[in-house]
Design a protein around this ligand. Structure first.
Ligand code: HEM
Length: 116
């Protein structure tokens, strides 16, 4: 699975931590996370990604369409955020083809997150 190829839960969590660091350093998307506990956010998103990448534990959290329903995220903002995931994967030393396969999994939630 992609989960195994990336190095399992520890590796996905490390990438997710860097992903949110990149987001918080980008003023075009950081405001969405004002007041959000980023440690919890990292744990939740890492859990979601582990499941989506073929990991052994099912996602036990909320439905992503409901979670993101009233945020007004645009397609461009989602693309920006995907770029931050791509950078996090690349800076962790993940091979380019594995980066793109992982990004493709994250892209499957675009329709649940984008509402504007
Ligand atoms: C929750 C914003 C993309 C997965 C949240 C929350 C915010 C947010 C503000 C916290 C909601 C709350 O606690 O009240 C955004 C924005 C995105 C984006 C602005 C893109 C522009 C994504 C992507 C994923 C994702 C790409 C998955 C790969 C999650 C998960 C939660 C969450 C798992 C927690 C759900 C739960 O509480 O059970 N998002 N998100 N988000 N987001 Fe996103």
């Amino acid at each position: 699975t992609l989960f195994e190829q990336l190095g399992g839960e520890a590796a996905v969590t490390a990438v997710t931590t860097q992903f949110y660091a990149n987001i918080q350093a980008d003023a075009t998307v950081s405001n969405f996370f004002n007041g959000i506990n980023m440690a919890d956010q990292t744990t939740k998103t890492a859990s979601f990604l582990c499941a989506a990448l073929g990991g052994p534990k099912a996602w036990g959290g909320r439905n992503l369409k409901e979670v993101h329903a009233n945020m007004g995220v645009t397609n461009d903002q989602f693309t920006t955020v995907i770029g931050h995931l791509r950078s996090a994967l690349t800076s962790a030393g993940v091979a380019a083809d594995l980066v793109e396969q992982t990004v493709a999994v994250a892209e499957t939630v675009r329709g649940d997150v984008v509402t504007a």
